[in-house]
Design a protein around this ligand. Structure first.
Ligand code: TYD
Length: 142
């Protein structure tokens, strides 16, 4: 289980390598720093497209490249992080209030997203300047 909830991090998931095919899994209590409320997946992304381009006010996520590869670009208002996900046994923990963009999807890639909240339009911040403003105000305690 992760300890630092403010920082994006790669979580090493278990992997059972087997001549019959490999197996990995995620257990809520063992691997996630949040309770699971929702699972969704992104697939059939046309070449050159990107997804995301927003932040969530309180939703935390774990993103796994179940198939293929893609890049997750995160920004906390000050610092940018880029993670290339290309193995199904790595999960990227994305804290709340992180600007995030997913790009460079390979053909037939499949992004699994495990989320800590139900879907709500009110969770989304879609304007980067507004996001930076909120982060700045958080920092000075407004
Ligand atoms: P959205 O999160 O905006 O996609 P992206 O950030 O990757 O561009 O989701 C696209 C649409 O899908 C959104 O308008 C509503 C719907 N949606 C749900 O109904 N439930 C969900 O859990 C998610 C993630 C999206």
């Amino acid at each position: 289980m992760l300890t630092e909830k403010q920082t994006p991090a790669i979580i090493d998931l278990p992997k059972y390598l087997d001549n019959r095919g490999n197996l990995s899994y995620i257990e809520e209590d063992t691997h996630l720093p949040f309770r699971i409320r929702r699972v969704y997946w992104i697939y059939d992304v046309p070449g050159g497209e990107s997804r995301g381009g927003h932040a969530f006010r309180s939703t935390e996520e774990l993103i796994v490249a179940l198939s293929g590869s893609f890049d997750v670009v995160l920004n906390d208002g000050e610092k940018e992080y880029r993670f290339s996900l290309n193995r199904s046994y790595y999960g990227l923990y994305v804290p709340s209030m992180m600007w995030r963009l997913i790009e460079n999807f390979s053909t037939n890639s499949l992004a699994l997203v495990i989320a800590s909240t139900d879907y709500s339009i009110n969770e989304y911040i879609r304007d980067f300047n507004e996001f930076c403003r909120i982060k700045k105000n958080e920092k000075v305690g407004i």
